[in-house]
Design a protein around this ligand. Sequence first.
Ligand SMILES: [Zn+2]
Length: 286
Amino acid sequence: MKRLILLGAFLALPAIAQDFSRSAAPENGFSYVLGDVQEHWQGGQISWYYNPTNQPAGLSTEDVVGLIKIATAKWEGMCNLQFNYQGLITSAAPMLDATWNTIDRINVIGWAVLTGSRADYDGYTQWWYDASGNMADADMVLNSARTWTQSNKQSLEALITHELGHVLGLQHSKTSESIMYVPYHTYSYQRTLRGDDAQACAALYGASSNAESNRLFNWAEQYPNLFAPAVAASATYAGYYYRYYPTTNSYVGTKDGIVWYIGPDGQLQNLGPMGNYLGTAYGAGF
Ligand SMILES: [Zn+2]
């Protein structure tokens, strides 16, 4: 691949969160946007490093790596890809202005003050691929000109979740009900992948065997009286795939196509086949 190629650039959220009206997308209609040549990582394997240089004082390296791992797990729960953490690196920085001939083929997430046309963004991802659609490099810069502290870690997690959509090969979606949609949703919204995001990732890598469960759980979290706080991580236990909600002291899980629930009374309840809920969940955008 000597030819040129190149970048999909991307961005992330403006500093000011806003709410936007929903589009008139058809029910269950998706309009995610893949790359020009459907670029993606071979075998669904995405290695990444974290470079803590210029990391905001209010955050620790452990904090940031932890947030990135939370974000990668969301995508891994929807499609057949794996983000493989390679550790810390300071000898390579994210290089947004690299060319095909100067990329280092080391995927780095790090910090810098974004300038010029990028200054309006909280984060920015650039990726490089060959004409056959093979990803070669992807770098993400988190804007250290912003204030990032313990109190807005969830916003940073949401930002990273959106940026990782670019790292895996997605452009901005035309469907409002997507975390890849522009104009950008709020960070609160962007913490939860939508059905369009799941479908987009699956188009490149195939759907995860847990995708239906995660989409159902994401929808269930819209009921905070039952499942709070929202945006719990998924886990496995004894054949169950589940999430735990400490505020409501409840669990929701799936096993063999059945939905299970444990509430504050500790009783395991069979809520019936997943198929009884998926249509509603998908119709609601999850
Ligand atoms: Zn973006």
